[in-house]
Unconditional design. Structure first.
Length: 299
């Protein structure tokens, strides 16, 4: 800095002008500070959750700060040992089975149903499509009792079937509608060219439509995985045996097994359950961004 000023003084005969922070620069600094503050507010619950995993159970309700008074790893030891005689990996496996099966069933059935609505002409198409969209307005609580009675008569309660089977029947109207909009953006000339080469609906769907709607499929997969992994109501209704519990239901055991709740183990198990969702989103978010940028079409 000194050499630069000296050089400027020698060559021009006057000192170098000081750099001033322009109005645009101040606006950038202010926006950065505001966004940083908003970010801290948003991620504060996650920071609190991570810090609380190192608090002993006696500090909950007494230590409102983030930093534990007596940090400990006992909470991780308790969670690693499992609960009610069931190891933690069993709850993880149950959640993984439900989430992966839901992703496969939702993506496959929604794509097939969307192709039928967008490309196949049949009688009652408009009525069926409107009825499907109308199911978005139907509260989930309205169908709980009828569905439970059906699965109870089929002796499927306390199994994964009631939670997995509907996913293969295109019951997620929102995802069907989303994929329909993607397919409608694809020119029909591509279908006609494939049909001239002798391709039927199956080949057109698999070779032409499916590669072009990959962003929509990835979007469906991300949201289905997150919703299923965090689902509490469905497993609570249909699963009775602790060995069949997924992680959201297993967290309840830390508070129900005795009269005193183990808050340390509960927050630690919550953090452990959150990690797979974060990793899943981080891995697939670039596909989601690419889909928004390309709008489902490739040139």
């Amino acid at each position: 800095m000194t050499s630069t000023v000296s050089t400027h003084l020698v060559t021009t005969g006057r000192p170098a002008p000081r750099k001033r922070v322009t109005r645009r620069g101040w606006q950038t600094i202010i926006w950065f500070v505001v966004l940083l503050a908003i970010t801290l507010v948003v991620i504060y619950p996650l920071i609190w959750l991570v810090a609380s995993t190192f608090k002993p159970n006696s500090e909950f309700g007494q230590n409102p700060g983030l930093i534990p008074w007596a940090p400990t790893l006992d909470n991780y030891v308790k969670v690693g040992e499992g609960i009610a005689g069931i190891p933690l990996w069993r709850f993880f496996a149950n959640s993984l089975i439900l989430a992966v099966s839901a992703v496969i069933g939702t993506v496959l059935s929604s794509a097939l149903a969307a192709y039928a609505f967008a490309r196949v002409k049949f009688k009652g198409l408009g009525i069926l499509f409107s009825a499907m969209i109308g199911t978005l307005l139907l509260p989930f609580h309205v169908v709980i009792i009828p569905q439970y009675i059906w699965f109870q008569k089929l002796e499927l309660v306390d199994t994964f079937v009631p939670l997995i089977l509907p996913k293969f029947l295109a019951t997620e109207a929102f995802f069907v509608f989303l994929i329909v909009q993607f397919i409608r953006q694809i020119p029909r000339d591509m279908d006609e060219a494939a049909r001239i080469d002798g391709a039927g609906h199956g080949r057109i769907f698999w070779s032409v439509i499916l590669p072009l709607i990959k962003p929509a499929l990835v979007t469906c997969a991300i949201f289905t995985f997150i919703w299923t992994w965090n689902d509490f109501m469905g497993p609570l209704l249909y699963l009775n045996s602790p060995e069949n519990y997924p992680l959201p239901i297993a967290l309840r055991l830390y508070n129900d097994q005795t009269s005193a709740s183990d808050y340390g183990a509960t927050v630690t198990a919550s953090l452990v359950a959150l990690v797979p969702v974060m990793l899943f989103f981080i891995v697939f978010q670039r596909f989601l961004i690419d889909g928004v940028a390309t709008q489902g079409l490739k040139g």
